[in-house]
Structures are given as C-alpha cells and as structure tokens.
Design a protein. Structure first.
Length: 547
C-alpha cells in the first residue's frame, strides 16, 4: 500500500507593481523549467516544479489547483445541491464544488495546490496570509468529508514558498497560532516548509517604501509588500514561537552573477562595504543576501542558483529534489568537522585566511544537495588557526541580528560540533540510469583555500581539493556499514565484492572508521596540505511530524 502523500502548496514570490500578467499566469511560474544542453536523461530537461511533481514515481502528486478559486470580492454560494458546507463555497477563497467532486473523489492525499494570492485584494501581507490559512482549512475539511468514506487522515500540508512567498507563509503561521481553543494550530495544520530565497531578514539595499511611492509611479499598490522587506525588522525572530523552525528548510541561492537585474547585484556588493567585506564580496543570489535567506535555528542548504529567471532557485531541479527529500526523506544526515590541520600555506609576509567548504552530490543525477565554493562566496571562514578552531562566531547567534546591523559574520559553522551540512535523503528514490552501486551513495567535494588579506600574496590559493564517495550499505546479520571510496569505479554491486575490495588499500576503497556509535562514523580526509576527520551520521526518520 502506498504511503499517504501530504497535500503540497506552492506559493510564489513578489509580483511587482503591476500584477496583471501574474494573474494571467496559471501556475504562477512553478510550471517553468530549464534545459541543460549536452546532458542526457533526467539531467537534460527539468520540466518545472508542477510537471515534475505530477510525474514523480516514488511520491506522485495530482493537480488540484482548479478546486479553489480566489476573488477580489466575496462570492455567494453557487446554486444547486452540494455535499459541502456553505461556508466553504462562499467568500474570497472558495471551494468549487464541481471541481472538488471530480478531483477529490480519492481524497486530498497527494494533491498539489497553487496559492494564487495575487487574485485577492487589497494587496497586503496580512490578507495574503489569511487567504493561505483559508486554503489550508479547505483542504483539511475536504479530507474529513471524503466521498464514500468516513474521511481520511490529515497530517498537515507541505509548503514550498519562493521569495516573498515565505513572508506570506510566516504571516499565515502567525494567524494560525491564534486559533481558537480546541481547533488545530500551525503545528498540526502544517508538516514542513521549504523557502527558496526568502528574504526572512529583509533585503539589504531596500529603500523605505514611502520614498518609493513618491518616486515611482504605480508602486503604491505594493507598498505593504515592500515594507515586509525592511532590513531593520526583527519579525523573523518570531518564527519559532509560531512554528518549529526545525521543520523549516531554507534554500539559499549563491549565484548572483546569473541574476539578470545588474542593479540589484551591484547594490548588494556596495552594501558589503559596511560588513567588512569591501567590494570583494556580494554573497547573494543577486537580490537576497545569503545571510537574509536563513532563519536562526533552522536547517539550511546552499545551491548555486540565482534568485529568479531561467535556471534559478524556482526553475532548477535542485529546488524540487531538495524539497522532496525534506518532505519524504527516510534518513537525516549530518556532516561535521571533527579534527583538522592545515599543513601548508600561512605565508610569513602576508596575513593568511583559510576557507573550508564541502559540496554534496547524490549519485545518478547532476545537481548538488549542498554547494560551497569560492565562486559561491559561502565557504566557512575566515580561519587563521591551522586547526580551523577560530573563525566567525556560531551562526545561529549571528542570524538573530537584524540584517541592517553592522557586520556580516554569518559564515560560521552551521551548528554545534562544527556542523558542515545536514540534509535529508530518501532511500526509495533510485536513479533512472544503469547504476550498479547499491545503498545510499554520495560524492563529497572537499575544499580548503587560502587568501592573503594584506594583498601581498595570492588571494586564491588552493591548499587542498579532493573528492570522496560515501556508500552506506545494510549488511547481512548486522547494522549498516559505511564505506569510503576515492574513485567512482570502486563502487561495488554487492557487500561481498566491496568487502573484498577493502583489503587492497591501493584500490582506493577503504571502510570508514567506526561506527563510533550506532549510525555514526568517522571519515578520514588526507592529502597534500591538509588532514581532517569528518563525522557523519545517518538517522532514520521515524516520525518527522514530531521533530
């Protein structure tokens, strides 16, 4: 029997001063994908979020967007006899009874909904939030009156929100938090949330909306939305009071060069002058700073995509794959730096800074679950100690500051224990390629770079760069075992072949040290210029709703 797939709601971002074109866009941009010339199979065409979800084999969805209508003025109950309560059929966000009977005859499990908030008026974040609360309530009550049965379980909806859509979701959570006694609140109505480039802490170069209203014709209608981008605001601190931030995954874009609005990219670079980075750093997706797209205490991941347009956070496969693993993942993975030592560099005539980064890629597909690189300007550091024990303060504390506060020291470790990355993986997903390797397989790209901050020496030395392959296998008669490979050719089809290969150290295959404790291993990283030990844990997701 197929597991219940929670309803999925997609929420778009800011539509600009004139939203006439937005209202005519049926799927609000979530139907746009990307073509990657020169690649094959699944790596050639990404069809867009909606179509990809409808074709998803492991956790299939079906489109329910037409089941609900959004109107600028309240609508009356349509004539006829319906099996739905009148309050669901009237108002600004209403259920269409005819479409509901056609689309929801098998229940709400696995349904996909586009939240068309720009069809509503007036244009306010609070009004958009109220509309989202209404949509979730309609879905919940539709589950309770499933035709021919006594209803179906409703373990909450999943939500993917791009850009300002994440601020709309935040306001909806605030309103759900105030639910009457006995009624379900945000924790029960929502399972998990993924935000794509949402300016949780504002936009760094945001001009006061009042000034924009005076200078730009037509911008007045968007004044309330622009006010939500205020970099002085600390409203983002209230997330955890309304909804557990551990159930919010923030996807942070890093490719500011790919963003078509050059003025925004330049403005982010100029703002960096007050953050100690000078004009050297941009650290944004072209519009939203990396430091703004994160929430204190929430898991995050980096993808090397820009804010909007072709091959962006919303139109690339990365967003879909990362979101699906977060919603349906069977295992939670954590990667930490346990020990480290830099063995070369540290020029005596300059002032060396070290930067450490890792990229994580699953097998069979051409995208990263997590990306760090000098080009992305998001590596951990700067460090001056050869053990990488100094550097910026803990990330969560820095993220509690308003974005407008002086300095940007948000390149510290992602969590305690020098946390590098945490993510979710789904063992039920198999690559659509001929792949002999069994188990969960990841490629780690480990990088250590050096920069001379005095400008005397080179500013882009590569101290260390190497690829490793981790393969998690369930062994007969025991628990899982983790194997470390230095070449893809060493991935084996069975545990027996792999075990035999480990006896030959020259083969490039070694069994990772451990487990230190159940589900935890130490992984040695060795090479010219750098030595380290990584700690990796795989934890089975038994009941994600309670996390």
């Amino acid at each position: 029997m197929t597991a219940f797939v929670r309803p999925l709601i997609l929420v778009r971002g800011f539509g600009g001063p004139d939203v006439g074109g937005v209202r005519r866009n049926a799927y609000q941009g979530f139907n746009e994908g990307t073509v990657y010339p020169g690649r094959r199979g699944e790596n050639f065409i990404y069809e867009g979020f909606v179509l990809r979800a409808l074709k998803y084999l492991e956790h299939p969805y079906r489109d329910a967007t037409n089941v609900v209508g959004y109107y600028a003025r309240p609508q009356p109950v349509p004539p006829g006899e319906w099996d739905w309560d009148d309050d669901l059929l009237s108002g600004n966000v209403v259920l269409d009874p005819g479409m509901a009977e056609r689309v929801l005859r098998d229940g709400v499990g696995g349904t996909l909904w586009i939240y068309r908030y720009y069809d509503l008026e007036p244009r306010t974040i609070e009004g958009y939030g109220a509309g989202l609360v209404r949509l979730i309530e309609i879905i919940r009550r539709a589950a309770a009156v499933r035709n021919g049965t006594d209803g179906e379980p409703f373990p909450g909806v999943d939500i993917v929100a791009h850009s300002m859509g994440g601020l709309v979701v935040r306001d909806a959570l605030r309103q759900m938090r105030a639910a009457p006694a006995g009624e379900p609140g945000a924790r029960e109505l929502v399972h998990r949330i993924v935000t794509l480039g949402t300016p949780h802490r504002g936009i760094a170069f945001q001009v006061l909306p009042r000034g924009l209203v005076e200078l730009l014709p037509g911008i007045g209608a968007a004044a309330d939305e622009l006010a939500a981008f205020d970099p002085d605001s600390t409203e983002f601190r209230r997330w955890d009071g309304w909804f557990p931030v551990r159930r919010v995954l923030t996807v942070v874009g890093t490719d500011y060069r790919g963003f078509g609005v050059a003025v925004a990219s330049l403005a982010n670079r100029i703002v960096s002058l007050t953050d100690g980075g000078g004009l050297v750093y941009n650290r944004s997706d072209g519009l939203v700073k990396q430091a703004s797209a994160q929430l204190p205490g929430a898991p995050r991941t980096f993808v090397h995509k820009c804010h909007g347009g072709p091959d962006s956070l919303i139109t690339s496969r990365e967003a879909f794959e990362i979101a699906m693993r977060f919603f349906h993942g069977t295992h939670h993975v954590r990667l930490c730096l346990e020990e480290a030592e830099v063995l070369r560099g540290k020029d005596f005539f300059g002032r060396s800074e070290f930067y450490f980064g890792v990229s994580v890629k699953p097998r069979g597909v051409d995208f990263d679950l997590f990306h760090q690189s000098p080009e992305a300007e998001n590596c951990y550091g700067p460090f001056h100690a050869k053990e990488l024990t100094d550097g910026p303060p803990p990330l969560e504390g820095e993220l509690h500051q308003p974005l407008s506060a002086e300095g940007d020291r948000t390149t510290g470790w992602a969590g305690p224990g020098r946390l590098i990355w945490e993510g979710w993986v789904d063992r039920t997903v198999r690559p659509a390629t001929s792949d002999r390797a069994s188990g969960l397989v990841f490629r780690l790209d480990v990088y250590l770079g050096e920069r001379d901050s005095f400008g005397v020496g080179f500013s882009d030395n590569v101290v260390f760069r190497k690829q490793y392959y981790l393969q998690l296998l369930a062994e007969d008669g025991g628990g899982p075992a983790l194997y470390l490979h230095t070449g893809e050719e060493h991935l084996a089809d069975t545990g027996e072949e792999l075990a035999a290969a480990t006896r030959d150290r020259a083969s490039g295959v070694t069994r990772a040290v451990g487990p230190v404790q159940e589900g935890e291993w130490r992984v040695p990283v060795r090479g010219t210029g750098f030595e380290a030990t990584l700690a990796v844990t795989f934890t089975e997701e038994l009941d994600p709703v309670k996390d």
